[in-house]
Design a protein around this ligand. Structure first.
Ligand code: HEC
Length: 190
């Protein structure tokens, strides 16, 4: 009995499937095909991960013309030259220690810096104990002597084994605010 029902069900499903398949192909020369999934399958546009035989390097994605930048992108002119950054970068919010700015900076610091450098900048963050090369304290005389531009540069480009945090702290003013926040930690440590 069960066998019979399943055979009948199978038969009905086969007929439906077959008619769908045939329906999809049998539109004739002058008619658009019936598409079951209307995903605009047949089109000229290429997916960006496809190979493009007409492109010089076979990639579908084109390399942007030389000396162009994406919209909204601000080039960082110091590259990895921390000395130039130290000289050229000037903290635009040097005097902004307002509660609002510090609160936002604290949040950024605690999430992205404190886990290594310690919530108070003592170099004793939660993951520092698991690191072979320990993150230095940020309340040290050395870090105190760094000017704002140098610290901004380290956040933006990293230093030695520390990576860049420009993708985590995207806005430049937020990075400057973190610099200011580090100054408050340094003052507190005195
Ligand atoms: C994964 C751990 C880690 C995180 C997260 C991290 N750092 Fe570092 N940081 C280091 C290490 C390790 C060094 C030493 C790198 C070197 O010189 O090779 C360092 C160096 C520095 C220095 C230079 C200190 C000195 O005495 O030379 C500054 C300033 C600094 N970090 C600031 C920050 C700030 C601000 C953040 C957050 C945006 C941050 N770091 C996030 C690990 C980290």
């Amino acid at each position: 009995m069960t066998n019979k029902i399943s055979k009948t069900t199978f038969g009905i499903l086969s007929v439906i499937a077959l008619s769908l398949v045939l329906g999809a192909c049998g539109a004739g020369k002058n008619k658009t095909n019936v598409e079951i999934f209307q995903g605009m399958f047949d089109q000229e546009a290429m997916k960006f991960q496809d190979w493009d035989p007409d492109s010089k390097d076979s990639f579908t994605m084109r390399v942007p013309p030389e000396n162009t930048v994406p919209r909204g992108f601000k080039p960082y002119k110091y590259g990895l030259d921390f000395m130039a950054a130290e000289k050229g970068l000037i903290n635009p919010i040097k005097k902004d220690f307002s509660a609002k700015t510090m609160e936002r900076a604290k949040e950024h610091y605690q999430v992205y810096c404190g886990l290594c450098h310690g919530q108070d900048g003592k170099g004793d963050g939660q993951i520092a104990q698991h690191m072979i090369l320990k993150p230095p304290a940020l309340i040290s005389d050395k870090a105190k002597a760094f000017n704002d531009g140098r610290i901004f540069h380290i956040i933006t480009k990293g230093q030695g084994i520390m990576g860049s945090y420009s993708r985590q702290i995207i806005k430049e003013t937020d990075r400057w605010a973190v610099v200011n926040y580090i100054r408050t930690l340094q003052r507190k440590a005195n």
